[in-house]
Design a protein around this ligand. Structure first.
Ligand code: F0G
Length: 457
């Protein structure tokens, strides 16, 4: 008999989670104005809101916590953190920050100015926010294939070289850098191939433009290169990571994802002038240069997390769990962004709730239905999150409308995946009866999805 695949770790500490009744959930979601961000975590059974800061640290990481050096300046923890980043990426200069968006804020304060254009694959919301907030343009040059959820291509997160080259040919003087998000979260946790990173580099060189990687899930990206791209099958994840970063000039990192810590981030680069230019903003916004908003203990845990999560076994366990859930959904015929991404499954809500019009937010409606069904909290990455057009104030219905099920790292078992799949199947089976969605009762002018108040129609 073939020995089945199993996790590359065992469980040393557990945290109870709570089931609830449908009546309780009806009450709670109503009190939360049908916005899952407003629920109390205790009211959630399985929490798939995000994979950010929600992973389980290892025994080695917890040991690192105890060894934290909390000196204000020059702590040993900073050097462990910096040396790990330099050894993985080759970048000599490292600036710590408290999370990913803080790294964006510090670096972009130096690099992005009014009227600039920053092309790349799909910019994450905070990245876009930090660009648009400086009156610059975030230009999405993702390949068109990413928009067809049923198309099965191995590197659906890629930058379209033709779109990128066009942007540079027209506006190179206004482009402070190109940004490549690995993996491409917005397109469904989809990876970018090594070939594509090389192509971006050669276009960048032609126009003398630097390249930044938004690296939140770079290790998962490396796993996909190893398992899907020819020529990389015998390389280690660490070798692949080193090659990936050789095509960039710098990186911003939300360590809450692939470094498996609850809080943390950084900038790293080989450009001395970027370091010199950005470091003052770190001191101003984050803290002194050897802690940047982090505790010494957290920098220790972060360094160990990076080391562990650039090992194949850890990544294989994680990504196979996401695939396991995807296979269950295939069995039930539930449509999602194919193939399954690295950190999440993105359910194509438009294709599920075909009777709910766009104006009534199908993905948000599905998010609420899944919560009501089994206390599972997903997250809408769709028309609500897309906000209104800043000029016309119309809702932006042009993109995709997803319910994202983000899987925290090393937290849930495959039994939890079975519960998620069964709950989704139940909702899917009664999809024809779901004919009404939600309407907005109150919304903030930007980033409305966190605080929006909704009513059921
Ligand atoms: N870049 C990417 C690709 C991200 O996914 C995130 C966060 C950030 C930057 C910002 O990092 O949260 O540490 O400030 N993504 C989370 C998510 C919030 O749920 O996808 P942060």
């Amino acid at each position: 008999m073939e020995i089945p695949f199993a996790e590359s770790w065992k469980i040393k500490m557990v945290e109870p989670i709570h089931k609830s009744t449908r009546e309780e959930r009806e009450q709670w979601i109503k009190e939360a104005h049908y916005n899952v961000f407003q629920l109390k975590a205790q009211q959630v059974y399985i929490d798939l809101l995000t994979d950010s800061g929600t992973g389980a640290m290892s025994d080695r990481q917890w040991a690192g916590i105890m060894l934290g050096d909390e000196s204000y300046a020059g702590a040993t923890s900073f050097f462990k953190f910096k040396d790990m980043i330099t050894s993985l990426t080759g970048f000599e200069y490292v600036i710590p920050t408290h999370q990913g968006r803080a790294a964006e804020n510090v670096l972009f304060s130096y690099l992005v100015h009014e009227g600039d254009i920053v092309p790349g694959n799909s910019h994450f919301d905070t990245t876009k926010g930090h660009i648009e907030g400086r009156k610059a343009i975030a230009l999405d040059c993702t390949i068109d294939e990413a928009k067809d959820t049923q198309l099965e291509v191995p590197f659906k997160g890629n930058v379209d070289p033709v779109k990128l080259e066009k942007a540079l040919a027209e506006h190179a003087d206004r482009v402070p850098f190109i940004i490549v998000t690995i993996t491409n979260n917005t397109a469904g946790g989809q990876p970018v191939s090594m070939q594509n990173l090389k192509e971006v580099r050669s276009i960048a060189d032609k126009y003398h433009t630097p390249v930044v990687f938004d690296s939140a899930r770079f290790a998962e990206n490396a796993y996909f290169i190893k398992t899907r791209e020819k020529g990389y099958e015998n390389k280690t994840i660490k070798e692949i990571v080193k090659e990936m970063f050789s095509y960039a000039d710098g990186m911003t990192m939300s360590a809450k994802k692939d470094a498996i810590v609850n809080m943390g981030g950084f900038i790293a680069t080989h450009l001395k002038d970027w370091y010199e230019g950005a470091k003052g903003y770190c001191v101003q916004f984050e803290g002194y240069l050897t802690y940047g908003g982090m505790n010494g203990r957290d920098m220790n845990a972060l360094a160990i997390g990076l080391d562990e999560n650039t090992e194949f076994n850890n990544l294989e366990t994680r990504i196979k769990q996401v695939e396991y859930l995807a296979k269950k959904l295939d069995e039930y015929g539930i449509p999602y962004q194919r193939p399954a991404g690295g950190h999440a499954i993105f359910i194509d809500a438009d294709k599920v709730l075909t009777h709910v019009p766009k104006e009534e937010f199908p993905a948000q409606t599905l998010t609420v239905e899944l919560y009501l069904e089994a206390g599972i909290r997903g997250c809408e990455i769709g028309y609500l999150l897309a906000d209104r057009d800043p000029v016309t104030r119309q809702n932006r219905f042009g993109g995709l409308d997803f319910l994202r099920l983000a899987i925290p790292r090393r937290v849930y078992t495959d039994n939890h995946m079975n519960v998620i799949a069964a709950a989704l199947k139940n909702v899917y089976d009664r999809r024809e009866q779901i004919t009404h969605g939600v309407r907005i009762a109150w919304e903030a002018p930007i980033m409305r999805h966190f605080t929006v108040q909704l009513e059921r129609i």
